[in-house]
Structure formats: C-alpha cells, structure tokens
Design a binder for this molecule. Structure first.
Ligand code: NAD
Length: 500
C-alpha cells in the first residue's frame, strides 16, 4: 500500500498536502511524503480565540452528552483502525503491530472517557455550621494546549483529548513537527464525529502545525489555562517555568530512564521476553523503554547468554513487513545520538554487542540499527541520561538493596520493574522504600501500560499524570461551595463579629 493510498483511506489527499514549508519525511525510507503549511503567530492567535469561544458553549453541554461525542470518536477510530495504524507506521516508523496497538489505546481511552462522562464526581463535605451544606464541584477549565512527541503521535493526543472533551474543555493541539500527518488524520476523524454529533461548536479542536516556536506561543497565552506537554526533559525545562510565570498549569510527561531488576528467584524465561520487548520494541523509542538492567550476580551468567540469543533472532527491517520487530529510528540525529552514546560507553570500558547501522533493501535513506547490549562491569555503574535508541545497559548487582539504590539514583522516574518470585522482594520493591517511579511492575516489563491507570513519572519525568484513574481532575477546576439554608449567620471557627 502506497503513502497516497494510506492517506486517502483517512480522507487526506496527498495532492493537497504538497503546498507548504514543513517537509514530512517517512523514517522508513527517508522519502518526503508531504509538505505542509505552517502556522504563524497570527493564525495561532486566531485558533486560540476560536478554541476559547468554543469552550464558552461546550462547558454548558451536560457532561454525559459531551461523552456522546467521544463515543462517536471511538466509533470513527474503530472503523479506521487499520488505516490510522498504517499512517502511524509510515510517519513515525514503529512496526504495524505497534501502530495498530496505538490506535487501540485511543479506542480504549475513548471508552474510558465515555464512562467517565457520567462520573465526574464531586464531594459532599460535613459543615461545622448548622443549616449549612458544603460541596466540592468540578467545573470545565478552558482550552487545553496539547504538545505531543513524535513517538506516540496519536495515543498521547487521545489520552488528553478524550478526557478534556468530557471535562468540557476545548483542544489546541501542537503535534510534533515530525508527525503532523497523523495529527491531520485525527483532526479529520474528530471532525467526522462532530458532524455526526450535530451541535459541537466550531473551534472545539484546533490544530497547530509547526515546530517549537509554534508551541511556545501557547505557553505564553493566558487564554490557555492548561498545557499538557509530552516530550524530552529539555523541552519540559523550557515549558514549565514559562507557563508558571503566568500561573498557568502544566501536565508534564517527559523522558524516562527505566530499569528492570532481576533477582535470584526470577523466572528467567519471562524476564528475557519482557526485557526484549521493553528494550528493543519501538526501536527503543518509547518513554517507557527499558534502558537499564540490574541483574543479580547469581543469575547474571545464565540470563545474559539467553538475552543475547533472543537479540540475535530479532528481525530488523521495514516496519510494514509482518516479520519485522525493529523498525527504523526516527532520523539521522537519533542515529548519531545512539552512536555517540555507544562511543561514550566504549570509552568507560563497556562491553558492547550490537549497534551500528543496518541496511534494509529499498530503504537506503532509513536509519535502521542493530539494538545494542552494553555490559558495564564497575560495581557502582549506572547511566544517568536517556538516549532515545535501543541501547540496554546491563549491570551486576549484589543484593536487592544495592539494585534499588542504583535503580533510584537517576534524575528520571517514569517506569520500573522487578522480576522475582519472592513475595518479600516484590513487596519491598513496591513499598515506600522501593522504586521511586510513577509506574512500578512485578513480573511485567517497563513498557506497555494500560489506559486504566494514571500514567506518568516523578523527578525529571515531570510529575504529570494522564489517562486513567483520577487524571481527569487535572482538566477541571475545583470549586468548594457552601450554602446557608438557615436563618442565622454563624461564622466559621466560631468567630463572633457582631456590632454592639
Ligand atoms: P521533543 O522534546 O523534541 O519534542 C516534543 C514536542 O515538544 C514537539 O511537539 C516539539 O515541537 C515541542 N517543543 C520542543 N521544545 C518546545 C518549547 N520550547 N516550547 C514548546 N514546545 C516545544 O521530544 P521528541 O523527540 O518528539 O520525543 C521524545 C521524547 O519524549 C523522549 O524524551 C521521550 O521519553 C519523551 N516522551 C515522554 C512520554 C511520557 O509520557 N513521559 C511519552 C512520549 C515521549
């Protein structure tokens, strides 16, 4: 299936997508598949104004009715899962299974949000004053600015969009400049759902095309009370203080440096499969990719040969081919970052298997690499930064305490896992003195979270939470209301304030 056909299946006509300055390249073969017009300051301003106007009416639509729009969006996604999954693969290079999985995640979050639209519960709180009733209510917040990364070009938008829409907010989406086509496709699908819904306000969902400077305009605009930003820690460092300066809110979903601990009692078959998927899946370009592995001395020499054998069997190639497990890196810069990280590892005595560019027939301009395993032997070895590529650093540990200490001794805090069949070890890992990450798994790898839980991480990962659980509260404003239905006017704290 050609790029033109994939786009056509989603209602996008390739001929209309050749008139701009932003070149969109497929990482599969480096081909330019579109040239899109970019937003400028005036168009961003106009789109924010439209989203604000849409918010004024959308917030008054009853939440279960807003849920109906998200239900229709879920239907549109179900009908075009295959096409959108293919476009994800074409534009960001993940294998088709993972492209389809990403769209399934969108469908799942829509279902979740539809249920949520009838459950935006507040509280009734006991008042200390007689004849008074105190409640806590959640109200819509305003237009939500969504800045997203290239590696989950559509799922992260849907986590935000589905919740924000049922919460009564409008959307302004600035996708990665590397993946704007999937964003255009999502916008089309939402437009279709809005047309079927009937009276959704124009401007409910606005799309901004361009690079960081387009996103920056959102950061400074007081009409956008919430910025949900997904991307590198460097991006978060720029975004957070800028939004804070105007007392705006942020949800930050930033880089990870995720680790798996393998203890002496671990089921090594399960561990090998989970490590392989975690470290190699999506060519190491997930925020939850397994980047560090702490293996107890007693199982190190059994685990490593099995892991290396599993790596040897991984098929690297065109992500649209069924047998492929590892597709390309997003671009040349990603390849160079991987090479530089491996050079650094070599210079500190790391023993490396894998790495290097792989040539794939018909895809000469794609950056395909062999996933790398780097063994670091120093007793206190660790790795502090995220390189967005399939590099797994493997380190020996001598005890669970040693492993947890080194596991937590990095600036990031997104996802973590332990492989053990020892109940005490598992519980210790999940305890207050265990993993310091937002996600902690037992006998499951670090990647592939379900939408029902709150997703996000601590420390330099930014502290934000999206998707399930009570993440919706970030998209609303909380109001405490007290009603006096008595004929007296008692003051709180028993204060007497009567004129003589
Ligand atoms: P990136 O930081 O280069 O870009 C992310 C987005 O931020 C893009 O849309 C970009 O245009 C925008 N941006 C960059 N600087 C900005 C600024 N100053 N103001 C406003 N917008 C700005 O990230 P990337 O390379 O697209 O994605 C990979 C990174 O994202 C990795 O670090 C990965 O771990 C992280 N990530 C995190 C999560 C999570 O949920 N924690 C999910 C996916 C990706």
């Amino acid at each position: 299936m050609t790029a033109v056909q994939i786009l056509a299946d989603l209602g996008l006509h390739a001929a209309d997508l050749q008139k701009g300055t932003l070149a969109v390249t497929s990482p599969i073969d480096g081909a330019v598949i579109a040239r899109l017009p970019e937003d400028d300051a005036a168009s961003v301003d106009a789109k924010i104004a439209r989203a604000q106007k849409a918010f004024d009416s959308w917030r008054l639509v009853p939440a279960p009715k807003r849920g109906e729009l998200v239900r229709l969006l879920g239907e549109e996604l179900r009908a075009r899962k295959e096409a959108l999954g293919r476009l994800v693969t074409l534009e960001c290079g993940k294998i088709l299974q993972e492209g389809l999985g990403e769209v399934q995640e969108m469908i799942d979050i829509c279902d979740f949000a539809v249920g949520l639209s009838r459950q935006l519960y507040g509280l009734t709180i006991a008042s200390e004053r007689p004849g008074h009733r105190m409640t806590e209510t959640w109200h819509p917040l305003g237009p939500v600015g969504i800045i997203s990364a290239f590696n989950f070009p559509v799922a992260v938008w849907s986590w935000n969009a589905a919740l924000a829409l049922v919460c009564g907010d409008s959307l302004i989406w600035k996708p990665s400049e590397k993946t704007p086509l999937t964003a255009l496709a999502c916008q089309k699908l939402l437009a279709r759902a809005m047309a079927r819904f009937g009276d959704a306000p124009e401007g409910l969902s606005e799309l901004l095309i361009g690079g960081a400077e387009v996103g920056e305009q959102l950061l400074d605009d007081p009409r956008v009370p919430l910025i949900s930003a997904t991307g590198s820690t460097a991006m978060g460092r720029a975004v957070a203080p800028r939004v804070a300066r105007r007392f705006g809110r942020t949800i930050l979903e930033l880089g990870g440096n995720n680790a798996i601990i393998v203890t002496p009692s671990a089921d090594l078959d399960m561990a090998v499969r989970a490590i392989l998927f975690g470290a190699v899946g999506t060519a190491g370009q997930r925020c939850t990719t397994t980047r560090r592995l702490f293996v107890h001395d007693s199982v190190y020499d059994s685990l490593l040969p099995r892991l290396k054998a599993a790596y040897d069997k991984v098929c690297i190639g065109n992500p649209l081919d069924e047998d492929t497990l590892v597709g390309p890196l997003i671009d040349k810069a990603a390849f160079e970052a991987m090479e530089a990280a491996l050079d650094r590892a070599r210079s500190i005595g790391g023993r490396i298997v894998g790495g290097g560019r792989v040539s794939v027939e018909g895809c000469d301009e794609g950056y395909y690499v062999r996933p790398a395993i780097v063994e670091l032997d120093a007793p206190d070895a660790n790795v502090m930064e995220e390189t967005f590529a399939p590099i797994l650093y493997v380190m020996r540990c001598t005890s669970l305490d040693d492993a947890i200490r080194r596991h937590n001794a990095v600036p990031q805090g997104l996802s973590s896992a332990i492989f053990t069949t020892d109940l005490r070890e598992a519980e210790r890992f999940l305890s207050a003195a265990g993993s310091d990450c937002g996600i902690a798994n037992v006998n499951i790898g670090t990647s592939g979270a379900e939408i029902g839980g709150a997703f996000g991480g601590e420390k330099e990962t930014g502290g934000g939470r999206e998707s399930g659980s009570d993440a919706w509260k970030a998209y609303m404003r909380r109001q405490t209301a007290t009603v006096n239905y008595s004929t007296d006017l008692p003051l709180a704290q028993g204060i007497v304030f009567d004129a003589p």
